[in-house]
Ligand binder design. Structure first.
Ligand code: CO
Length: 466
């Protein structure tokens, strides 16, 4: 950030470029399915080849590949030369965000002729942030087409829903911290019903979500077999503040990290393809917000299956994978809580972090974060070399720490891991806030991480090769 003549800070063209990239990524990614599709598009454009998990892999030195599990988790990797000892430089982020998931029988009819959607919470969201806000629907639909069942992405390209709050005159206690009932208070209103005038694209007389989805996909309602749909916020991200120092958007947790990881990974991929022994691995995973124990989350076999297949091609001895994992390193990237302007007391007195203050390294004695002194020292050194400022985060000791995917993957794989992220405010709100500079800091730190070869020596030290 620069200072203008009035002394207020303004973002540089680089910051604005990075933010525009982030904005496009968030816009294109209302659901994990869309985030994976958008990442695939970027990877394909950079020459990465798709390798389905269902086929045998022929991984070549210098090759760039990616695979996908069930359309909402993705792993991409660049293979270096096979000349050195095999090790992995892994980095991961999650692509799901808290939302309202639409149940399979989608509509609630009434009272009167209203049509509402029947939803349940996905992850822990700040419920009141979803009220009185134009909302839409996105996800995937399974469609009977040409004698097969096809998976199609869908995003209604307009606002179709609002969850109206109760007027203060009908609930005088509304400002007294009244809890919302998840079955009752969060049902979005879809249609007036009973002959209410519908938008042009709605087939006449049908106020059902299925008809909107089918219309959007250009198929008949009868062809829709099943859907994974969520209520999503299409609000455009905004850059704001006296000097344009803040950016607010839906899903910054964790698309800000996912975007920066993808950018850093792509920026380093030419270099990665020439490095001795190392394989750079990018993991974008679904289901973090609901605990990751699913067929494609961080507690699934997805990451270990992929690493095993890569290792087998480079070193097919029985110990090949184990030796490689013990030499490897992982960066788990998920956003961190910046100090709140109205509630600084919620942050630890010493380990506070600030928007635009740089990449955050997170620690927790209960090991909700996987960082230890060795992984902290290593990643701090990467950031120092990349000229990226580092901040240190720990929870207040009397507040329970959240968790993320780092410790799950670290315990599953036995890989030295650091937990990092960008500082942000209002985590799990429908509209979250971050600093304009931090996406660029993340991207540069990740690019530097992927572009360096290192090894963990048997004596416990870390040796840098480049
Ligand atoms: Co997160």
């Amino acid at each position: 950030m620069l200072s203008d003549s009035s002394g207020t800070s303004v973002a540089t063209p680089e910051d604005i470029m990075t933010s525009q990239g982030l904005v496009s990524f968030i816009d294109a990614s209302p659901t994990p399915f869309h985030a994976v599709a958008e990442s695939r598009r970027r990877l394909e454009a950079e020459g990465f080849s798709f390798m389905p998990e269902t086929a045998s892999w022929h991984v070549e030195p210098g090759g760039r590949y990616y695979t996908v599990r069930n359309d909402s988790s993705l792993i991409a990797f660049v293979v270096g030369k096979y000349s050195g000892e095999l090790s992995f430089r892994i980095a991961c982020a999650h692509v799901d965000s808290p939302a309202l998931r639409i149940k399979q029988v989608k509509e609630l009819t009434g009272p009167g002729s209203y049509v509402r959607l029947n939803v349940e919470e996905y992850g822990s969201l700040i419920e009141r942030s979803w009220l009185d806000r134009p909302l839409s629907v996105a996800g995937r639909a399974l469609v009977r087409e040409d004698g097969r069942i096809r998976s199609r992405l869908v995003m209604l390209d307009r606002e179709a829903l609002i969850i109206p709050s109760v007027a203060i005159h009908l609930n005088r206690a509304v400002n007294d911290g009244v809890a919302l009932n998840r079955q009752v208070d969060l049902c979005p209103l879809l249609a007036a019903g009973g002959g209410g005038r519908l938008a042009d694209e709605t087939p006449k007389g049908e106020a059902s979500l299925d008809s909107l989805v089918a219309h959007k996909l250009g198929v008949d309602v009868e062809q829709l077999l099943a859907c994974d749909l969520i209520v999503c916020n299409r609000q455009q991200p905004v850059v704001w503040g006296a000097g344009g120092e803040f950016i607010s958007a839906p899903r910054l947790d964790d698309l800000q990290c996912a975007y920066a990881l993808l950018e850093g990974f792509l920026a380093a991929s030419d270099k990665c393809a020439t490095l001795d022994g190392g394989v750079s691995v990018l993991c974008l995973l679904d289901h973090e917000e609901v605990g990751s124990r699913t067929m494609k989350g961080a507690q699934s076999t997805f990451v270990s299956d992929v690493l095993q297949r890569i290792a087998y091609r480079a070193d097919p001895t029985p110990e090949g994978l184990q030796c490689a994992l013990r030499r490897s390193f992982m960066v788990s990237s998920d956003n961190a809580h910046a100090t709140h302007p109205n509630h600084p007391e919620l942050s630890d007195e010493g380990n506070r972090v600030w928007l635009n203050g740089g990449i955050v390294i997170k620690e927790n004695a209960q090991q909700r974060y996987a960082t230890d002194a060795l992984s902290r020292a290593f990643f701090s050194e990467i950031c120092r070399r990349a000229n990226v400022p580092v901040q240190h985060y720990a929870n207040r000791s009397d507040i329970t720490c959240g968790s993320t995917i780092g410790n799950m993957l670290a315990s599953e794989l036995g890989v030295l891991t650091v937990d990092v992220g960008a500082p942000q405010l209002a985590m799990h709100s429908a509209f979250e806030t971050a600093g304009m500079l931090d996406t660029d800091y993340l991207t540069r730190a990740f690019a530097a991480y992927f572009a360096v070869t290192h090894t963990l020596e048997p004596d416990g030290s870390i040796l840098f090769f480049a």
